[in-house]
Ligand binder design. Structure first.
Ligand code: PLP
Length: 503
């Protein structure tokens, strides 16, 4: 025996106060200077792990040591999503009020699975999703629940859709059911396919409906696919319409899809994970026509509503079906007030749930509805200005409309004798070269089998100068490739050949 007292208890509150101040100071400094960090991490595979000890420390270490390691070891391996030059995927913001909400939620560490396990967590969530519905022009009668991600929200929505189509599935599984089908466009997000797989319908259970020239689901093709399936004894389960697709932010023509889905009596789920935020702007509400009639809608405040990851809101008009499909209440989770209160564990796969409503509440209160609208409008303006830059440059082509703040484009120069796959490769090279410079980070997608580049505005600190920098670098890197290919010849005068879709 060493004679030493065994250690018990948490970090000393005074030590927490001291280090907490250091951390908050660090965060404030990071927010002020993040622009000067390379947005895309320059880490090589294995860099971090090769610097970490193989085992945890036997004796606890001083916060000064692990916080220094955070800066020295972790930071170089971070791709800065909260950087104004982050223009890849869908750009997002972990805003100041959102970060404060995360800190307090972590300190309280509540698990809001039941009303009684933290009444404020449940009631604030119910209230704040109602605020969000109002902000987006959705009916106050919708039931809303916060999930971690759109993937979980869509999974829960499609579980309810499956329950509606096959009420026996809960007890007996799919063996007792006809084959079921979910319909979504070829541009729908992979999370829909994952949900269909997880719900046991198999990849064959998802029919990908072709899109028109603007990447919107074709109603005629949906109609035909559903009719053919019904004739073959297949049971339609759900139609998923995307309002703001991942590649181009195209919007499926929901108002035309709804009557088709209704004729077959199937659930309509709207994936507005990214685009839904834009409904805060009354001038963009026309894009969302019909969504208030959908059975469920997912909108991610952690995408374009300035709330730190993770926060996804699932709205539904069919609360009872959602609950029936996923609720399971063992005795130890029963409570006296369960009939008069909401038990949020009933509306998704996980039992435990973080107090996510707090950060969303702080974000909505800090910026206010007007502040949110003005920030979104500014992002739209940046998107349009960037689109105009692309349109004015003869060697580049914009490949999709720009309803929001994401521009999809491609280098497609005249006068170079190269095939389309060489151009695909060149676009990747140009993007990689720009990303390696560190000031902006762009991503790519594939449309009509062609590689296209994407520029998405969504970070609160992004300004026009970041887009100008990105564009200047793209043009420079493209010119480098062109000179390499042509031995330095000047580009030909444009015949304005760029307006055709995806050359
Ligand atoms: C349209 C759409 N739906 C769903 C998702 C998945 O989002 P999450 O990461 O929240 O699951 C994305 C991600 O970008 C998306 O663009």
């Amino acid at each position: 025996m060493s004679g030493r007292e065994p250690q018990v208890g948490d970090m000393d509150p005074e030590a927490f106060r001291r280090w907490g101040r250091e951390v908050v100071d660090w965060i404030a400094g990071y927010m002020a200077t993040r622009e000067h960090l390379p947005v895309l991490s320059r880490s090589r595979p294995g860099d971090l792990r090769s610097q970490l000890p193989g085992s945890p420390p036997e004796e606890g270490e001083d916060p000064a040591v692990w916080l220094e390691d955070f800066q020295e070891l972790i930071l170089p391996g971070v791709t800065h999503w909260n950087h104004p030059g982050f223009l890849a995927y869908f750009a997002i913001s972990g805003s100041g009020p959102g970060v404060l909400g995360e800190m307090l939620a972590a300190a309280l560490n509540v698990n809001g699975m039941l009303w009684r396990t933290s009444p404020a967590a449940t009631e604030l969530e119910e209230h704040v999703v109602g605020w969000l519905a109002q902000l987006l022009g959705l009916p106050g009668s919708l039931f809303g629940v916060i999930q971690d991600t759109a993937s979980s929200s869509s999974f829960a929505a499609l579980a309810a859709a499956r329950h509606q189509a096959f009420p026996q599935v809960r007890a007996q599984g799919l063996t007792a059911c006809a084959p079921g089908r979910v319909y979504a466009s070829t541009e729908a997000h992979s999370s829909i396919e994952k949900a269909v797989i997880a719900l046991g319908l198999g990849q064959a259970g998802l029919t990908r409906i072709p899109t028109d020239a603007d990447f919107r689901m074709r109603p005629d093709a949906l109609e035909r696919a559903m009719a053919e399936d019904v004739a073959r004894g297949i049971r339609p389960v759900a139609v998923v319409a995307t309002l703001g697709t991942t590649s181009t932010t195209s919007l499926d023509p929901l108002a035309e899809l709804l009557p088709i889905a209704r004729r077959h009596g199937v659930w309509v789920h709207v994936d507005a994970a990214y685009g839904g935020a834009a409904a805060a702007l009354p001038e963009l509400r026309h894009h969302f026509k019909g969504w208030d009639e959908a059975d469920s809608i997912v909108v991610n405040p952690h995408k374009w509503l300035f709330t730190p990851v993770d926060c996804s809101v699932l709205f539904t008009r069919r609360r009872e079906l959602l609950r029936e499909s996923l609720s399971l209440v063992p005795e130890y989770l029963r409570s006296n007030e369960e009939d008069e209160t909401t038990q949020l564990m009933d509306y998704g796969l996980p039992l435990g749930r973080r107090f996510r409503a707090l950060k969303l509440w702080f974000v909505l209160r800090h910026f206010g509805a007007r502040g949110i609208r003005e920030r979104l409008a500014y992002h739209l303006e940046l998107g349009q200005r960037f689109a105009a830059l692309v349109d004015d440059e003869p060697q580049w082509v914009r490949v999709a409309p720009v309803p929001f703040s994401t521009v999809v484009f491609r280098w497609a120069p005249d006068g170079v004798d190269r095939d389309l796959s060489a151009l695909d490769e060149a676009n990747r090279r140009i993007m990689d070269a720009v990303n390696a410079r560190g000031q902006v980070f762009l991503s790519h997608t594939s449309l009509g089998e062609r590689t296209c580049l994407r520029m998405s505005v969504g970070n609160l600190e992004t300004r026009w100068r970041h887009l100008e920098t990105g564009w200047a670098q793209l043009v420079e890197e493209a010119e480098r490739v062109r000179r390499e290919w042509t031995g330095g010849a000047q580009p030909p005068e444009s015949q304005d050949p760029r307006k055709s879709p995806i050359p």
